[in-house]
Design a binder for this molecule. Structure first.
Ligand SMILES: Cc1cc2nc3c(=O)[nH]c(=O)nc-3n(C[C@H](O)[C@H](O)[C@H](O)COP(=O)(O)O)c2cc1C
Length: 323
């Protein structure tokens, strides 16, 4: 049985070790808040480009979309210029409990700018960025990395030590290489090697689909926290299930279709209440994700895909989920 101690990152104490992974295009304010309400101990913002924060005034207003109810939150920035990263801090510090640095994004565009997972090839270069940010803020600074560039070049333990020595308060490790992007299995042995190498808290990430997986990841790797990405999409209830199993040793049942429908309605209500700007395509996308786990999910998704406005979306949801 895994022993869960309360995860502490710098001066930030988490209620539990369950983290919502940073996900661009997914983690809108309402989704983060719902995951928080359903038991996530820490939510991450999507990555925000540090240069964009400093220079793109109009977009800044769109990205800075944080509310106090979702705290504690880790706000993630990506970049490769220490000066720009430091200059971006004043825009996020008022909202962030933790500043997270992205060293794991495998997107072509980001790699082309020598950012994100570019550092999985050049881990020593992370030092100056982490150092600069740590020196410029009182908030705990964390880093999210991958296990290496490709399967021939796994360097996660070395990279984690670099992150620790540069002053980071914790490290999140996605158990895939940059070349793998999001495919194949996450390598939990590699996560264990990181845990064995560093003293700072380690948050394991990759392939947690169930509460049982969360518990197994902690047991197998010894990691201090777990981070859930894709399996949380349309499924904040996963955090309730993980919390029940990890903290109370209780197994919660699979959600019923009616429950999925009600959770979707709860999300839509929250979205309208909290989101700075209502974007129908975003709402519709979340609605499709919430179908996963319901009966005849593919039919439900197809019906939702066809709707063109919110009135029709609500009618389809009520019909499809029989609520
Ligand atoms: C749609 C999507 C967007 C993502 N955006 C980010 C991001 O902004 N920053 C980041 O560090 N990782 C990002 N990731 C990676 C996730 O945080 C996570 O590391 C990855 O999905 C593996 O976890 P999982 O197996 O639980 O999905 C993203 C992943 C997905 C699927």
């Amino acid at each position: 049985m895994v022993k869960i101690s309360k995860l502490r990152i710098g001066n930030v104490k988490l209620e539990n070790p369950l983290c919502l992974a940073p996900m661009l295009g997914v983690n809108c304010t309402a989704f983060r808040l719902m995951c928080h309400n359903y038991g996530a101990g820490l939510v991450y913002s999507p990555m925000i480009h540090s240069v964009g924060l400093v220079k793109a005034e109009r977009n800044r207003d769109v990205w800075i979309d944080f509310v106090k109810e979702e705290k504690p939150i880790a706000i993630q920035i990506v970049g490769n210029d220490p000066k720009m990263m430091v200059e971006s801090l004043p825009y996020i510090e008022p909202y962030a409990d933790i500043i997270d640095l992205n060293f794991g994004c495998p997107d072509k565009d980001i790699l082309g700018q020598k950012m994100g997972a570019f550092f999985s090839k050049h881990p020593e270069q992370m030092s100056k960025l982490i150092n600069a940010v740590v020196s410029a803020t009182d908030k705990p600074v964390t880093a999210k990395i991958r296990i290496g560039w490709d399967s021939q070049h796994l360097n996660q333990a070395n990279a984690a030590k670099i992150v620790e020595d540069a002053g980071a308060a914790a490290i999140a490790i996605h158990g895939r290489t940059t070349k793998q992007r999001y495919s194949g299995n996450a390598n939990w042995d590699a996560i264990k090697q990181v845990k064995d190498k560093v003293e700072i808290p380690v948050i394991g990430n990759g392939d947690i689909r169930t509460a049982g997986d969360a518990r197994q990841m902690m047991e197998k790797t010894g990691c201090d926290g777990v981070m859930i990405g894709r399996s949380a999409m349309g499924n904040p209830y996963l955090f309730k299930r993980c919390e029940a199993l990890l903290m109370k040793n209780k197994r919660l049942p699979d959600p019923t279709t009616e429950q999925k429908g009600n959770e979707l309605l709860e999300f839509i209500e929250l979205y309208h209440k909290i989101q700075k700007k209502v974007k129908f395509p975003e709402l519709k996308q979340h609605a499709m994700w919430f179908c996963t786990g319901a009966k005849a999910a593919a039919d439900k998704r197809r019906a939702i895909m066809r709707v063109k406005d919110e009135k029709k979306l609500m009618a389809v949801i009520r019909k499809e989920f029989k609520i």
